[in-house]
Ligand binder design. Structure first.
Ligand code: MG
Length: 360
């Protein structure tokens, strides 16, 4: 039989066969295979500023914060207090579907630092993580012409369109006695009623934010100070003038928004008579020493229909007529008073937020 040489196909199979065998791991029979751990992943590189922050944090010890209440506040990383079983045992509670597990861990937002520079005159550092955050206040709804707005969640509502239960009169014969409010309430607002006297709050207020809406009579009668005249008094003493100042000439320190007899408003922001107008006012009560000496005069900031008229303006003293007023020691709080000046001015949507201390 003739001897055959390997064909080219046979040579090709042999070549690939040996190559495949060489690529297999070397395993000796009767010997366990060596377990090879995967190489550890290199740590992800940190941004340069994060490294610097860590370095500075390790180098600079954190100064203690003197305010215990601030340091006792739960930190963002603190777990929320667990609810008891009774609190969640409600048949209306529906199990929420479990969130699908994410392949990558969630990245938390950066809430602050503890190593920023110390703010001058403060005990807090820039972006201080320990600084108490402001409480949340739900804003009210804004007014429209037809519908008065609503008060913020933390405000004291002085008039919401229904009654004058927060208001009273001072008895003319015996000023120590308060009598029931007698101005007319109608269709969500109330009107200055001639002959009934000034109206004032039953409660007293010092520093505060006041929102009040007013309307001069649509039918124009009189002129100058005899047209749509009323007034908002803080602490029963410091007036912001209410007047129909739409095309109505009068002395400048007596027109709408004036600190009557002391400062004229920066501009005339009046609407037409018969239209609702808004005062947003921030009032700071005067401060006196224990000996009764004036330390800080009364300050006021007034916005009229969204336009500012005064910013931190100082009263010379309680409002008077044709005089340079002076301060005498006052109680730290007094009623908000609305003036009866013989004109049927209307008011609605009145609320107040007492300000006891500045924000930190
Ligand atoms: Mg007045």
């Amino acid at each position: 039989m003739p001897r055959r040489f390997p064909t080219p196909l046979t040579l090709l199979c042999l070549t690939f066969g040996f190559a495949a065998i060489g690529a297999l791991p070397t395993i000796s029979f009767g010997q366990e295979a060596e377990v090879v751990s995967p190489a550890p992943s290199p740590e992800p590189a940190k941004p340069a500023d994060e490294k610097a922050s860590e370095e500075s944090a390790s180098e600079k010890p954190i100064e203690p914060i003197p305010n215990e209440s601030a340091t006792n506040e739960p930190m963002p990383s603190d777990p929320a207090p667990a609810e008891s079983e009774n609190e969640v045992a409600d048949e209306n509670v529906v199990d929420m579907p479990a969130e699908p597990e994410s392949a990558e861990p969630k990245k938390l937002p950066k809430l602050g630092v503890a190593t920023g520079p110390l703010l001058p005159g403060q005990k807090w550092r820039v972006h201080d993580i320990r600084r108490p955050r402001p409480v949340t206040v739900t804003p009210g709804e804004l007014s429209t012409y037809d519908k008065p707005g609503t008060a913020p969640g933390d405000a004291i509502v002085l008039f919401d369109g229904t009654d004058l239960s927060q208001w009273c009169h001072v008895d003319r014969e015996d000023p120590s006695q308060l009598t029931e409010a007698q101005w007319n309430v109608e269709a969500g607002s109330f009107e200055v009623t001639s002959g009934k006297g000034n109206l004032q709050t039953i409660d007293s207020f010092g520093s505060c934010q006041l929102h009040i809406e007013w309307q001069a009579p649509a039918e124009v009668r009189g002129d100058s100070q005899g047209r749509g005249n009323s007034g908002v008094f803080f602490m029963d003493a410091f007036e912001v003038q209410v007047l129909d100042s739409y095309n109505n000439r009068t002395y400048a320190d007596g027109q709408a928004g004036a600190l009557y007899g002391q400062y004229s408003p920066m501009v005339n922001a009046s609407r037409k008579p018969g239209e609702w107008q808004i005062y947003d006012i921030i009032f700071e009560a005067p401060k006196f020493s224990l000996e009764g000496e004036l330390e800080e005069p009364a300050l006021i900031t007034v916005m009229h229909n969204g336009i500012f008229l005064h910013h931190a303006r100082k009263y010379y003293g309680p409002t008077g007529g044709g005089v340079i007023p002076k301060y005498n020691p006052l109680s730290p709080a007094g009623p908000i008073r609305l003036q009866e000046h013989g004109n049927p001015v209307r008011f609605r949507n009145i609320w107040i937020r007492p300000v006891n201390q500045p924000a930190e």
